[in-house]
Design a protein around this ligand. Sequence first.
Ligand SMILES: NC(=O)c1ccc[n+]([C@@H]2O[C@H](COP(=O)([O-])OP(=O)(O)OC[C@H]3O[C@@H](n4cnc5c(N)ncnc54)[C@H](OP(=O)(O)O)[C@@H]3O)[C@@H](O)[C@H]2O)c1
Length: 366
Amino acid sequence: MKLRFKIPLYLLALLSLLLLVSMFTLGYSARCLQPTPTDQQDSLIQAVTYNCYGASEVLNIELIEKPIPAANQVLVKVEAASVNPLDWHYMRGSPYVMRLVSGIGRPKVRAFGSDYAGVVEEVGSDVSDFKAGDAVFGTANGAFAEYLVVNHDRAIAIKPESISFDEAAGVSIAAITALQALRDKGTIAAGNKVLINGASGGVGTYAVQLAKSFGAEVTGVSSARNHQMVFSLGADDMVDYRVENVVDRDTKFDLIVDNVGNFSPSEFQRILADDGTYVLVGATAGDWIMPFKNIIKLQFIKPKAGQTFSNLMAELSQNDLKLLSELMQNGELRTVIDRTYRLDQVPAAIDYSESGRARGKIIINF
Ligand SMILES: NC(=O)c1ccc[n+]([C@@H]2O[C@H](COP(=O)([O-])OP(=O)(O)OC[C@H]3O[C@@H](n4cnc5c(N)ncnc54)[C@H](OP(=O)(O)O)[C@@H]3O)[C@@H](O)[C@H]2O)c1
């Protein structure tokens, strides 16, 4: 074979080998380790931890050392936490590409859980905006534990007095996602016809209420068993996805927020107004390419002049948490609580979230 054919062939073989090795490395899950009991008996707290990827059996209820706040941190005694799909994505290390951040083979961080509400017990020497005794809520690593630490300028805000810890614990990730999808990516305006695909889950129940508070006319999609609940949040119309494909409707929507990903962006384009906006929030499950299917399709869509198609990666913003806190205080935003579990029942709570049937939020009460 001539050299000019051999070189590309060798390069292709090398690239294929590299791809195979990377796929094997990313998909490899190390064996679980037995949690090591600590000698430090005086400052131990209960926490849910994990040290390997897999189903909820990998979760341990462990005694760990109580965290100590750094100079810029706040120590929170957790009263309630909530479950998000993000938690089981971390637990499974799936889609595998996230392991580049969470750890290849096994998780780098053993702490588990993200959304919390609780009471500030201690603050670091540089913290002046929070004090011991403040009731707070937000997102931090290791929310499924009796105590956590969080940087004072990150995802932490004062909880309204009239709102319970359980309700506040549900808010952070799901309501920030709903707010940023509608306001930032969706540029929602009063009078808009808004479609929320996946209106009965964590993100959806907040999105319906927020869209109504912006003065929009809201159509939601869920199975029929959830219609009354979503109507009670203010929805004007509901579609049962088990009997009707919403993308076959005649209505044109100004804004579509897709929390599910079961239709492609081009299918949604059929029911998007000529100057409408589509925001992709949710993804279908899968370890490799499936969760990115619609993001890839977004790159190839041909929007009409005036149409916008985008993908949301929500950012935890303290200002947004403060806004959500005000909306809760004013009675414009509430948490729909589906089921409540104890800390030692976190694996069952995660299994329920993975079933995809949560109606509003799943709460862990301490
Ligand atoms: N992009 C981001 O930054 C970001 C941030 C947060 C979350 N997310 C993603 O957003 C998605 C939603 O999160 P979530 O917390 O709301 O999840 P969730 O609470 O687990 O959602 C469950 C709800 O989805 C509904 N649902 C399931 N299949 C449906 C379908 N085919 N059509 C309409 N509704 C359907 C279910 O209603 P029925 O029981 O009636 O079927 C259920 O009430 C997840 O994929 C999550 O990973 C993305």
